[in-house]
Design a protein around this ligand. Structure first.
Ligand code: V47
Length: 353
């Protein structure tokens, strides 16, 4: 069957055809991605009111793409105390946030209790706030550092009050590229297995893909298909998030940004290939707000949230350090012709703005 016939019929696309999708023109891809998006959500675009917190930037691992961790290019190590973190949550709670998104570096001095204790304290004081925390990379680091199995780590996360897992640390699953960009970090199989175990507990998580660096298009397709296979097994992913690699203050030395066209193609291909993952997020911190708004017409139905503070992408040059004001965010979504729907972290609709 021809690729276009398959797209017309809404049939599942395999690896080789997935790579061919990139050779289609942008508007042909948009036609099929937008059709799917409309079938699922019409003109709704989801977002949440959230606060990102990055409690430490001291890291045992060295990922070439990372500008966040304290190193020669960013000699600015910090570790927040529990009290400092609680203060941030308290202030954000007054502003009405519904979710904290907590991601740290791999700090071997902080201790397991520092990592897990903060979730307990946040849950005790702010039981209404959803805690999305600990990437699979952190889970892998903590498990190995403290001699625990992944299952034991996951049980501890649940007992400590973690509600869902963010999608970080996935980078690119292809082993050769992974070895080059983040040698020694959680392996692709480990990343996928940690999410499998989390899903088996009835919990939800997200999945990211870092692209626009040294990977090729086929690596992106392989990455998405490994996620699709796990999703067939567990159904636990809520959302897929392609992250555009930001070039400053890190060791990858990539000269050019991925083009807007390549980003939109990747969003559209994700919507087409990932027929079993409900949401495709245009994470504006890496794409810019403008391109994220355009991505709504290419299959993206989620724009993440107001963020408030962002340290990982902004350390590498993105203009996301102070998040975006709620009123502005909502107005931009409306002006782009979509309906802003505030959601909770599990995609229950809270308010149509
Ligand atoms: O995994 C690191 C990425 C990720 C750079 O689950 C970089 O809802 C671009 O996972 N350029 C962490 N990206 C952020 C993350 C995330 C973000 C928003 C929402 C969700 C979610 C998850 O940041 C890391 C890594 O891939 N990253 N350095 C860089 N130079």
């Amino acid at each position: 069957m021809e690729l276009i016939e398959k797209l017309e019929a809404g049939e599942r696309i395999g690896y080789e055809e997935g790579v061919w999708l990139y050779d289609l023109d942008l508007f042909t891809l948009a036609k099929y991605a937008d059709k799917r998006r409309k079938e699922l959500y019409g003109k709704k675009s989801f977002f949440n009111i959230n606060r990102h917190i990055n409690p430490t930037n001291i890291c045992k691992d060295i990922c070439k793409f990372c500008a966040f961790s304290a190193n020669r290019k960013n000699p600015n190590p910090y570790t927040l105390s529990h009290d400092e973190i609680l203060k941030i949550v308290e202030e954000a709670s007054k502003r009405g946030i519904k979710e904290v998104h907590i991601v740290s570096a791999h700090n071997d001095k902080a201790g397991l209790e520092w990592y897990m204790g903060i979730f307990k304290k946040i849950k005790e004081r702010f039981p209404h706030i959803h805690i999305k925390a600990l990437t699979a990379a952190e889970v892998n680091f903590l498990a190995k550092e403290y001699g625990l199995s992944f299952e034991e780590m996951i049980d501890m996360m649940i007992q400590s009050g973690v509600d869902s897992m963010p999608g970080g640390g996935a980078e690119i699953f292809d082993e050769e590229v992974r070895e080059y960009i983040c040698k020694g970090k959680v392996s692709s199989d480990e990343w996928l297995h940690i999410h499998r175990l989390w899903h088996q507990k009835g919990r939800k998580s997200n999945a990211t893909m870092l692209f626009g660096h040294v990977e090729r298009r086929e690596h992106r397709i392989d990455h998405m298909l490994r996620l699709r296979a796990l999703q067939d097994e567990t159904g636990g992913f809520n959302c897929f998030i392609p992250l555009i690699y930001q070039r400053e203050n890190n060791y990858l030395n990539v000269q050019e940004f991925v083009t807007g066209q390549e980003y939109l193609k990747t969003i559209a291909i994700a919507r087409i290939l990932l027929d079993n993952i409900p949401h495709i997020k245009a994470y504006w911190a890496t794409s810019t707000l403008g391109l994220a708004l355009v991505a709504q017409e290419f299959g993206a139905d989620d724009l993440d949230g107001t963020i408030e503070r962002e340290a990982i992408q902004s350390a590498a040059g993105a203009k996301s350090r102070y998040g975006v004001a709620l009123e502005e965010f909502v107005a931009l979504i409306k002006d782009s012709g979509f309906v802003p729907v505030e959601r909770d972290s599990l995609y229950n609709e809270l308010k149509v703005w």
